[in-house]
Design a protein around this ligand. Structure first.
Ligand SMILES: Cc1cc2nc3c(=O)[nH]c(=O)nc-3n(C[C@H](O)[C@H](O)[C@H](O)COP(=O)(O)O)c2cc1C
Length: 167
């Protein structure tokens, strides 16, 4: 059976909550839900579908715990993996909205992994985001700062999308 692992980095707990909710929606066991602050890159080996989540900090930067973890995984051959990326941000930081999602996506291009989970951007208000490529977001973007009422629907929609794309 294909196995799903979720790896997230979170400073104030928002991405952690989103990751936990995704685990429920995707029927992922708690033991397969990992905080990157306490994980080694080699731990991704046993999964077929990897969900990577990061909030964006500073001026479009990765969440702190992602730096070492991403350094480790970008050197791996991930030919046999499918990756979907999610992130939390704030649309009022409209020049760097959820840039961490775009950063992870770009840095993992050379790994040979397949990406899934592109998400419609029409329902968002922002000027720039490195996660916005070819007319859509390359993963799920959550803005729990300004639109917490939309989070549950977005999560449900994305979980269904992933289940379809990764059937
Ligand atoms: C100092 C600071 C800088 C931030 N910079 C960005 C940013 O550049 N882009 C963005 O989309 N969100 C930015 N945010 C918003 C956070 O990403 C957002 O609050 C997120 O939900 C935090 O998630 P976490 O608790 O999982 O770390 C920033 C927040 C703070 C307080």
């Amino acid at each position: 059976m294909k196995k799903t692992g979720i790896f997230y980095g979170s400073t104030t707990g928002t991405t952690e909550c989103v990751a936990s909710r995704l685990a429920e929606l995707m029927h992922v066991e708690k033991t397969d839900l990992h905080d990157v602050a306490q994980s080694k890159p080699s731990e991704i080996a046993k999964y077929d579908l990897l969900l990577f989540g990061s909030s964006t900090w500073g001026n479009g930067d990765l969440q702190d715990d992602w730096y070492d973890f991403l350094d480790g995984i970008e050197a791996l051959d991930l030919n046999d993996k499918t990756i979907a990326i999610f992130g939390c941000g704030d649309q009022s930081m409209s020049e760097t909205f959820c840039n961490a999602v775009g950063t992870i996506y770009k840095r993992l291009q050379k790994t040979g992994a397949r990406f899934c989970g592109a998400f419609e951007a029409g329902d968002y208000t922002f000027d720039k985001s490195s996660a916005f490529i070819d007319g859509h977001f390359i993963g799920l973007l959550i803005d729990d700062v300004n639109e917490p009422e939309k989070t549950e629907n977005r999560l449900n929609h994305w979980a269904k999308l992933l289940q379809k794309e990764f059937a």
